[in-house]
Write a protein that binds this ligand. Structure first.
Ligand code: HEC
Ligand code: HEC
Length: 304
């Protein structure tokens, strides 16, 4: 954060903190020095509720003592902990450091639980009920926000329970996807295809490949233009997992189907990203998740 904010603000906050402590000391000193003129009976002359008189006694010693203690405590705290702008404090404590220590501790505590699965092949982990329970919890905390709590995905976020894979569905490929993340990029293709009419034609050809409703006259005209697409999506639109290019010939659409949706993708291209979990999750956790995800589309093998 401090990379982006001018140093002025850090100094400003430090000044404010110190000034308010100095103000407290001044207040204490001034009230101790200043004598309030009082009457002979040691009252200030202020009367409330007819007979309640304000006496002019010094502050009780215990109260002044507490006040001084809080000031000393405040200065001590600011010396030890990070409270003065960007000054890190003598102890070096930080909330991030505490969080990282907690994570390291939890990882260590969980190591024996994961150790059991280290040598186990993914197929076998997928069958283990305890491992599936761990996988489910990891999935809910780290993946469900994008892929849905049932892993069926939504527009733009792939369904992980079907057998249709953008990047490959073997255990190794799934581990790779989760560890490194994936970027699916389709460049805008309108220029390569031709006129807006050509774009419509090729979109209809793509729809025909999947047997979706389409204009067959346009599809026929678009067929020859599909060579520009086949470089990635393959001849017949069967897809290419090495490029993350989806199979266009099944009826599974990641970004919606219909002429309008496909024309839009051809014109604008598409950039879709799965964030890599390396560094966020341990290798053991990633293997657990990969087994859990693999189990969705290999239900027979994954049944205990
Ligand atoms: C910020 C959203 C987001 C999060 C969080 C996320 N994913 Fe993804 N994931 C995506 C997107 C988007 C894609 C599709 C990438 C593409 O289009 O190539 C994807 C793709 C995948 C794929 C490849 C699917 C295929 O068909 O090849 C797998 C497997 C996967 N995610 C598993 C996970 C797991 C397990 C987690 C939890 C650790 C996770 N994802 C967390 C957005 C997310
Ligand atoms: C450079 C490779 C490349 C070329 C060329 C290419 N695409 Fe794509 N296309 C992709 C990738 C990668 C994706 C997936 C984007 C993502 O991960 O969301 C995609 C996605 C799509 C989708 C969405 C699929 C779905 O399931 O929703 C359609 C439709 C599509 N392309 C049609 C075409 C057509 C038609 C052409 C030719 C005009 C074409 N593409 C050319 C790489 C390519």
């Amino acid at each position: 954060m401090s990379d982006f904010i001018h140093r002025f603000w850090s100094d400003y906050v430090a000044m404010l903190s110190l000034l308010s402590i100095v103000a407290c000391v001044l207040l204490l000193w001034l009230t101790a020095r200043k004598r309030v003129a009082s009457d002979a009976d040691n009252t200030t002359g202020h009367v409330w509720d007819e007979d309640l008189r304000e006496a002019n006694n010094p502050l009780p010693l215990w109260w002044v003592g507490l006040f001084v203690l809080t000031i000393v405590f405040g200065l001590g705290y600011l010396a030890v902990f990070p409270g003065l702008g960007s000054f890190k404090g003598q102890s070096g404590w930080s909330s991030r450091g505490e969080y990282e220590a907690d994570v390291a501790k939890a990882t260590q505590a969980l190591a024996p639980v994961y150790a059991k699965y280290e040598a186990m092949p993914v197929e076998e982990i997928a069958r283990d009920p305890q491992a599936r329970a761990i996988g489910e919890r990891l999935f809910m905390n780290n993946c469900a926000q994008c892929h849905g709590s049932d892993a069926r995905g939504s527009k733009g976020f792939p369904n992980l329970t079907d057998k249709d894979w953008l990047h490959g569905g073997t255990p190794e490929k799934i581990v790779e996807t989760i560890t490194k993340g994936r970027i699916g990029v389709m460049p805008p293709m309108a220029a390569a295809v031709g006129t807006p009419d050509d774009v419509k034609n090729v979109a209809n050809y793509a729809l025909s490949l999947a047997g979706e409703p389409h204009d067959s006259l346009r599809a026929g005209l678009g067929k020859s233009k599909f060579t520009a697409c086949a470089a990635c999506h393959g001849i017949g639109g069967v897809g290419n997992q090495a490029l993350g290019a989806p199979n266009l010939s099944d009826k599974i659409w990641l970004h919606g189907y219909g002429e309008a949706a496909i024309v839009q993708i051809i014109n604008n291209g598409k950039h879709n990203e799965m964030p890599g979990q390396e560094g966020r999750l341990t290798d053991a956790q990633i293997r657990m998740l990969a087994s859990y995800v693999w189990g969705f589309s290999n239900t027979a093998a994954a049944t205990p």
